[in-house]
Design a protein around this ligand. Sequence first.
Ligand code: SAM
Length: 341
Amino acid sequence: MVQNKIQGNVDSIDRFCRQYLQLERELDYPSSTILKEADVQDLLYHKIFSNDALSYPPPKRYKLRVLKELLSRIEASIDDWDLYGISDDLMTAFSILLLSPLPSELTAVLQKSYVTYTLPSLDTSSTPSPQVTLLESRDLVSASGTTGLRTWEASLHLGQYLAANPYLIQGKHVLELGAGTGYISILCAKFLNPILAIASDGSDDVVANLPENFFLNGLQGSATVQAMELKWGHALVGTEDEHWNRGIPVDVVLAADVTYDEEIIPSLVGTLEELVGMFPHITILIAATERNQETFQAFVEVCQKKNFTVDEIDFTLPPRESQRGPFYNDQVPIRICKISK
Ligand SMILES: C[S@@+](CC[C@H](N)C(=O)[O-])C[C@H]1O[C@@H](n2cnc3c(N)ncnc32)[C@H](O)[C@@H]1O
């Protein structure tokens, strides 16, 4: 009977766990009807709260906040204390956290955190669902002003598009521009079978962070993924080189959330031009978060001036309430565009 109840609610438990792993601020807690069940509490404990549940757990402060809210919801859900109770394991996990030294709010903000994105839409038979884990500085202050040490919504959006269209990546040489944490390149290398995915970025700090993120996803030493410093607007082929990147071709160029600053758009489009000059048949896909219409329009205009055609791809993601991972704010408009000559 209880087992049936859990089965019927596995989705809501999974969803809550996935949101927790992605360090979501707002979590959808399982309903009070199932929270009071001992099996549900056990399941939550073993999936995310026991000490050995996760190789790359969320920060302690976050765990404490979520566990506190969960326990208070469990308590509120119990209408008959003879039949139901609060899991000793969950209570112990909470007490241990309360008694253990926690970093100050400021230190916590400055520390990097493990963030795990779950991608159930990827068509693999693996259990649990495919995941990408990254070490991120979620706060811009801690990221020393660079925007590339956390993953932005446009990457999640583009990742979902690629997961739905794996043929775009399979057997291809992929170059990601402004890769940041490397979410897209890692997703490609881990699940979509490219020949090579190059995660490039113009920031030293960001490029230096990439090998750790490759490692977290079992891609250390992999020949399928590579980190590279690549600054837009700088010539790709130096005067001393005969070819770019030892003659390795590029079939697909990907970029997410790179059109936010009008000043750098000409450099970005300049790099796209150079790439098309070297590899005339490349497919270029750019995911743009439309924070304001002017910036996106400026990008389209610069592209058009350089004789690029910008075609928006029709790809809508489900609203927040039906997302199963990764989770994103459905209020932020994001466009995926194909740029071609
Ligand atoms: C908003 S972040 C997006 C990161 C990642 N694509 C994502 O969606 O999570 C923009 C990225 O572009 C990189 N970037 C900014 N200007 C650049 C330039 N001129 N050349 C190369 N990369 C640049 C930044 O270092 C940063 O990683």
